[in-house]
Design a protein around this ligand. Structure first.
Ligand code: URP
Ligand code: ZN
Ligand code: ZN
Length: 466
């Protein structure tokens, strides 16, 4: 027996099991899992003694090279996927933006053009839906069957930009139900937010904190409830992205108690940032201008408990980076003009591990389930991605649970001048990262290459137990 690479002495952790084992890699796939695999003919031997061996993370919520808020997100497919790999995320699923009146096919073509030849790590796509025209709805089955995209996001917020009405949402739910797609929803009441925002600005309230004050939690709760009811009427599954509050998470729990196939995602910023951050001086509060906004601190422990109890099922980053200098600054005198989003792709897993596992709330298996396996299952990438098994892609993270790191924009690898986690010390970080058998990260050093990342087609959605 000969192996390209063999990872020895580690403790393998999947969503369901933890065991001591070696892992062998051939031609970019896991070729053997077992104790004391023969080492004589191994090309490379990686010692994972004292470390965990996790499947590579899957981040199903990224916005790379995305035009938004009058500018374009600061990380493109090269810098974004490189930072992702260094943080232990080997596959990202990015949102290709559909434009009203145009075809979904064109949106996808544009996004392939952004990623192809640039991405350092593997990627898949979701599509957003900008209109409910028959042409758009009729394209959904073709996109699912021929283009390897199984999920479609509708926005209930961002009036006049990405916002769509209930009719469009309902039609998208019906089309996805029939074709094997999963609808994702950004659940905030965009109409109400529009009114309150105008009132705040008219009263001279322009500072970043008004972003949160004009997007009250009830806007998220109401929209989440409405989206779930629309899915219930349509008989369709639904995935609620970036759940920020206990109120919205409770709506998902209620839906699931009624037996509905509703899935929820939360993100690292909602576990460690809170409303006080908007009050930071010198416009630093603008870093936290993202939607739904950061909530009062008490929500953090509720979200974490929901992750533990699998009432929320996936942990995405919602990475959408903008520089303070030159980008967030667009809204220095008007909070509604601050581009929405934060850089989180690199630190997603470290935050979940630190707060969740070190905090004694979730197990290492749940960490894997939330950060890799459930996302892979929901978005049609499993078992090629999201687990360690013979035949799966050798996307593997050797994780050192004892290494600490202080997060800072000065040292992170994202192409952006700020971090919403600035100064936070986290314990646990990747020691080595492999993408399809290639060592792409060695500690803090990127050892992969631009253009190595490949498009990974998603299978059709089927209701999964996560
Ligand atoms: O503020 C955010 N979340 N920006 C990215 C777009 C979105 O709504 O996901
Ligand atoms: Zn959103
Ligand atoms: Zn997003």
């Amino acid at each position: 027996m000969s192996f390209d690479t063999i990872i020895v002495n580690g403790r393998v952790v999947t969503a369901t099991d933890t065991y001591a084992s070696d892992i062998a890699i051939n031609d970019g796939k896991v070729s053997a899992v077992g104790k004391s695999l023969p080492r004589e003919n191994a090309g490379k031997i990686i010692d994972a003694g004292g470390k965990y061996v996790f499947p590579g993370g899957i981040d199903v919520h990224t916005h790379l090279d995305m035009p938004f808020g009058g500018t374009t997100s600061a990380d493109d497919f090269e810098t974004g996927t490189r930072a992702a790999l260094l943080g232990g995320t080997t596959t990202v699923v990015d949102f290709a933006l559909h434009t009203r009146g145009d075809s979904l096919h064109n949106a996808l073509k544009t996004w392939h053009g952004k990623a192809d030849g640039k991405a350092c790590g593997d990627y898949a796509f979701h599509l957003t839906i900008a209109d409910g025209r028959d042409e758009t709805m009729n394209e959904i089955p073709k996109i699912i069957n021929e283009q390897g995209v199984n999920s479609f996001k509708v926005f209930m917020a961002y009036k006049h930009v990405l916002y769509v009405d209930d009719e469009t949402i309902f039609k998208t739910l019906q089309a996805c139900r029939d074709a094997g797609g999963l609808v994702q929803v950004h659940a905030e009441n965009g109409d109400v937010i529009e009114v309150i925002t105008k009132e705040a600005l008219a009263a001279g309230n322009t500072a970043p904190v008004w972003h949160a004050r004009t997007r009250p939690v009830e806007c998220e709760g109401e929209a989440t409830h409405r989206a779930i009811r629309l899915a219930e009427i349509a008989g369709a599954p639904l995935y609620v992205v970036h759940v920020s509050s206990a109120m919205a998470a409770d709506m998902i729990s209620d839906g699931r108690k009624r037996g509905l196939p509703i899935y929820g995602e939360t993100c690292p910023q909602y576990l460690v940032c809170d409303t006080e951050d908007y009050l930071r001086p010198d416009f630093e509060g603008a870093k936290y201008v993202l939607s739904p906004p950061i909530r009062d601190k008490w929500n953090q422990s509720v979200l974490l408990r929901k992750l533990k109890n699998m009432e929320l099922h996936a942990f995405g980053s919602d990475h959408c980076s903008f520089n303070l200098c030159g980008q967030k600054e667009l809204g220095r005198h008007d909070f509604s003009k601050i581009p929405n989003g934060a850089p989180t792709i690199e630190d997603r897993l470290a935050i979940l591990y630190h707060v969740g596992v070190n905090g004694g709330v979730i197990s290492p298996n749940q960490f894997v389930a939330l950060g890799a396996t459930n996302p892979a299952r929901l978005f049609g990438l499993f078992p090629r991605k999201g687990t360690i098994a013979v035949g799966s892609d050798a996307d593997i993270v050797v994780w050192d649970p004892n290494q600490t790191r202080t997060i800072s924009a000065k040292t992170h690898h994202m192409n952006v001048d700020n971090s919403v986690f600035e100064g936070m010390t986290v314990k646990g970080r990747p020691r080595y990262v492999f993408s399809r058998g290639l060592k792409v990260a060695d500690g803090d050093t990127f050892t992969g290459r631009k253009g190595y990342g490949k498009f990974v087609p998603s299978d059709k959605f089927y209701p999964v137990l996560v």
